[in-house]
Design a protein around this ligand. Structure first.
Ligand code: GRF
Length: 190
């Protein structure tokens, strides 16, 4: 049984989608939610699904004797970043080579990097007059949004689109694809 830890900072709709998609999976389980925002809604979702949650601050994340130790204690095999807004420290990325994935709401390498998250991404894509956007699921290294790309899916942008309507299209791609890409990526770990 492979154990996943999901890191999230916000609403956690992707986390919930992954939890429900893996609910009956015989090989993979969502062990815990790790969150850096004490009142993030993802913590309510963890409660709803009776999944343990670990809330931490920046000092604790960067202390290998703390969060990395907790991941090892929980025997976590794979880490999923689903709306996690901080950089993963090198101590964790090196301890989990090709075992941390992130989802970004744009077609990397464009529209990525520090500070590019949420509506800011969709605003930039629309302002640039792009005709397509989408999602990128990639391995995580010590730089924002720069790990090897695993999967991308795109959606069309029409002139009437706003950052909100584009966000809805991108979220739909996230919910459709993140769970199966996680399953396929973990299955390669065997
Ligand atoms: C998603 O758009 C994801 O692409 C990005 O952060 C957002 C998380 O949304 N990394 P939620 O917290 O899963 O609802």
């Amino acid at each position: 049984m492979k154990k996943i830890a999901i890191f999230a900072s916000g609403s956690g709709s992707n986390a919930e989608n992954i939890i429900t998609a893996l609910a009956n999976n015989p090989d993979i389980t969502v062990d815990s939610i790790f969150c850096n925002v004490p009142d993030a809604y993802v913590l309510e979702r963890a409660k709803k699904f009776h999944i343990p949650a670990v809330v931490f601050n920046r000092k604790e994340l960067n202390d290998p004797a703390n969060i990395l130790h907790q991941l090892r204690e929980r025997q976590i095999d794979f880490i999923v970043l689903a709306g996690f807004l901080w950089l993963m420290p090198p101590a964790i990325t090196t301890a989990y080579p090709n075992r941390i994935v992130n989802i970004h709401p744009a077609l990397l390498p464009a529209y990525g990097g520090k500070g590019m998250y949420g509506s800011r991404v969709h605003e930039a894509v629309i302002a640039a007059g792009e005709k397509k956007s989408g999602i990128t699921i990639h391995y995580v290294n010590e730089h924002y949004d720069e790990g090897n790309i695993i999967f991308q899916a795109s959606c069309d942008i029409i002139p009437e689109d706003t950052p909100d309507t584009l966000a809805q299209k991108v979220h739909a791609l996230e919910y459709e694809h993140f769970p199966h890409v996680i399953i396929e990526t973990i299955s390669k770990l065997r």
